[in-house]
Design a binder for this molecule. Structure first.
Ligand code: NAD
Ligand code: UDP
Length: 319
C-alpha cells in the first residue's frame, strides 16, 4: 500500500484530497494544527485502518515513522481574512513548513507536491495567466505575506529538485469552491451564500467589475492527482477558465438562493487583483485534464452543503 502525507489535511482542499487517496487505496496520514481547519472534515475517516491524523504544526520539525511515497504540502491559511489575521504563521508555513517537508522527503525518498496559487501572479498584467508569466506582486502590501510565501515555496521546491534531484510537482491553484469551505472564511462564495441564508444584503467589494474563475473541488482534486502521478516538474495551472465578474457572481447567488436581498457595494481591499483566469493549455496537454463540473452544478451542491449546517453556525459566521 502506497503511503501519502497530506499537510493541511483537515482543511477544505486537504480533506477532499484525503478522501481521494483513501478511495485510490492509499495509506493516508493527515497532518494539521487546526489553525483554520476542522476535524469534522475528516472525522468520517478516523475509523479506517489506513488513515492516521497527526495534530502538528508543520513549521516545526516533522517526524513521521515508516515509509512515505508522496508528500502533499497543503498546510497554509488560504483566504485573505485568515492570512491577514495570522501573517507570520502564513510566512512560516510557506517557508519553514515546506523546508521541513522537503527535508522529510529526502530522508524518505518521497515525491513532493506543493499547493501553489494563482496569487503568485499577483494583480496580473497578462490575461489569461499562463505559467510562463512571472507575476505582478506587491511584496510589502497586505497580501504579500501569502503571495511571497508561495513564491518562496515554489523557489525552494525547484531548488531541491535541481540541486538534490528530488521529485517535485507544483500546482498553481485558482479559486476553488465546494463543500467544507468555512462559512466565515471571508472568501466570496461562503460570504455571499452565508449572507443570503441569513437574509442580509450581499457585500460586493469595489464596483464588482473584478473577475475570478471558479473551479469545483472535485475537478481540482482530479487535476492534482494526475499531476502528482505525471513526470512534469514545472508549475501547472489547475483551475476553471470560465471567468465571471464578482457582480455577476453575486447575481447568480441571489438567483440560486432565491433571496430577496440585494447587492451592496463595500470598499475594495488593498491590492485586490482586478482579473484572474487560468490558461490551462499545459494541464490539457500534459495531464489530459480539464474541468467537467459547470458552475451551475457545483454551486447547487455547495449551496445544499451550506444549507445543511446547523443554524448556530450560520449566525456565528456573521461578521
Ligand atoms: P484551509 O484553510 O481550509 O486549509 C488549510 C489547512 O492547513 C487548515 O486545515 C489549517 O489548519 C492547516 N494549517 C495551516 N497552517 C498550518 C501549520 N503551520 N501546520 C499544520 N497545519 C496548518 O484552506 P484551503 O482552501 O483548503 O487551502 C489549502 C491549500 O491550497 C493552501 O496551501 C492554499 O494556499 C492552497 N490554495 C487554495 C486555494 C483555494 O481556492 N481554496 C487556491 C489557491 C491555493
Ligand atoms: N469579495 C466580495 N465580497 C465579499 C468577499 C469577497 O466582493 O464579501 C471579492 C473580493 O474583493 C475579490 C473576489 O470577491 O475581488 C474574490 O475574493 P476571495 O476572497 O474569494 O478570493 P481572492 O481575492 O483571493 O481571489
Amino acid at each position: 500500500m502506497k503511503r501519502v502525507l497530506i499537510t493541511g489535511g483537515a482543511g477544505f482542499l486537504g480533506s477532499h484530497l484525503c478522501d481521494r487517496f483513501i478511495k485510490e487505496g492509499y495509506h493516508v496520514i493527515a497532518m494539521d494544527n487546526l489553525i483554520t481547519g476542522d476535524l469534522r472534515n475528516i472525522e468520517h475517516l478516523f475509523k479506517l485502518p489506513n488513515f492516521e491524523f497527526y495534530h502538528h504544526d508543520v513549521s516545526k520539525f516533522i517526524h513521521v515513522p515508516g515509509e512515505l511515497d508522496y508528500i502533499l504540502h497543503f498546510a497554509s491559511p488560504a483566504s485573505p481574512i485568515d492570512y491577514l489575521k495570522i501573517p507570520i504563521q502564513t510566512l512560516k508555513v510557506g517557508s519553514l513548513g515546506i523546508h521541513n517537508c522537503l527535508g522529510l522527503a529526502r530522508v524518505k525518498n518521497a515525491r513532493v507536491l506543493i499547493a501553489s496559487t494563482s496569487e503568485v501572479y499577483g494583480d496580473p498584467n497578462v490575461h489569461p495567466q499562463p505559467e510562463e508569466y512571472w507575476g505582478n506582486v506587491n511584496p510589502v502590501g497586505p497580501r504579500g505575506v501569502y503571495d511571497e510565501a508561495k513564491r518562496f515555496q515554489e523557489a525552494i521546491t525547484m531548488a531541491y529538485h535541481t540541486y538534490h534531484g528530488l521529485e517535485t510537482r507544483i500546482v498553481r491553484i485558482f479559486n476553488t469552491y465546494g463543500p467544507r469551505m468555512r462559512l466565515n472564511d471571508g472568501r466570496v462564495l461562503p460570504a455571499f451564500i452565508g449572507q443570503a441564508l441569513r437574509g442580509e444584503d450581499l457585500t460586493v467589494f469595489g464596483d464588482g467589475s473584478q473577475t475570478r474563475s471558479f473551479c469545483y473541488v472535485d475537478d481540482l482534486v482530479e487535476g492534482i492527482y494526475r499531476l502528482l502521478l505525471s513526470d512534469y516538474a514545472q508549475p501547472v495551472n489547475i483551475g476553471n477558465p470560465v471567468e465571471i465578474t464578482i457582480k455577476q457572481f453575486g447575481e447568480e447567488i441571489i438567483k440560486l438562493t432565491g433571496t430577496s436581498q440585494k447587492l451592496i457595494l463595500k470598499p475594495l481591499p488593498v491590492d485586490d487583483p482586478k482579473q484572474r483566469q487560468p490558461d490551462i493549455t499545459k494541464a490539457k496537454e500534459i495531464l489530459g485534464w480539464e474541468p467537467k463540473v459547470s458552475r451551475e452544478e457545483g454551486l447547487k451542491i455547495t449551496y445544499d452543503y451550506f444549507k445543511s449546517l446547523p443554524e448556530e453556525e450560520l449566525y456565528a459566521a456573521a461578521y
